[in-house]
Design a binder for this molecule. Structure first.
Ligand code: NI
Ligand code: MN
Length: 225
């Protein structure tokens, strides 16, 4: 299984199925793929903000990917003609093809680009090909990373470090301690000047202060999961 970073919060996990997160590609200054080319069997969408919703509708229609999102956001996607499945915080679902997903809290707001509300923001824990991974979405630091999320025994955690709209590096380091994952991938940074961060310094801090490894991927970069 491979993890490919496409820029901002857009991560593709390529195993027996291809899972695509938050496909903001069109208009994303650091996007490493075009919406017309990217592949997905599932799109997991953390919330409705434009830098996450992105090209979800177009990619889902072209590929036939099933979109998993909070129920209010999924309802809106269904109205756009997308095959969307609406869940809610704490709920999990085992697909017959092997993927399992669980929605977990994220401390963040959520709204569609047209201003319509679309429920709460969320993170995803997901299981594929024997590994357990976590995409935190947009969030501040919260104690349930330790109490609710860490007990899932994470192989990977994708966590925001950009600050301003989400955790910055100091809180993300605390998150790394609490999540107790084996590997981290920083996301949601260096997309815009406001989110400029030193990912190499974050990697060094994680690897000095926890037993985990931290991968730093440039947009378009990938690594073995
Ligand atoms: Ni957001
Ligand atoms: Mn965001």
């Amino acid at each position: 299984m491979r993890i490919k970073f496409l820029g901002h919060a857009c991560v593709q996990v390529i195993g027996s199925k291809t899972i695509l997160f938050d496909p903001y590609l069109t208009g994303n200054p650091v996007a490493a793929a075009k919406a017309a080319d990217v592949q997905a069997d599932y799109i997991l969408l953390t919330h409705g903000h434009g830098d996450h919703l992105g090209d979800t509708v177009a990619i889902a229609k072209r590929t036939g990917a099933k979109v998993v999102a909070m129920v209010e956001l999924a309802n809106w996607l269904s109205q756009q003609g997308v095959d969307a499945m609406g869940m809610n915080i704490g709920g999990s679902y085992q697909f017959e093809d092997g993927l399992k997903v669980k929605l977990v809290p994220a401390w963040h707001s959520s709204q569609l680009p047209d201003g319509a509300p679309c429920g709460l923001a969320a993170g995803f824990i997901f299981w594929l090909d024997g590994k357990c991974l976590y995409h935190a979405g947009d969030t501040g630091l919260f104690g349930d990373m330790r109490e609710v999320i860490a007990p899932h025994d994470l192989d990977w955690a994708f966590i925001p470090i950009g600050d301003y709209y989400t955790m910055g590096p100091a809180d993300a380091l605390c998150a790394a301690r609490w999540l107790n994952a084996k590997n981290y991938l920083p996301i949601h940074y260096n997309t815009f000047p406001l989110l400029k961060q030193d990912a190499a310094a974050f990697k060094a801090a994680v690897e000095q202060n926890t037993p985990a490894k931290c991968a730093v991927l440039q947009p378009g970069g990938e690594c073995e999961a």
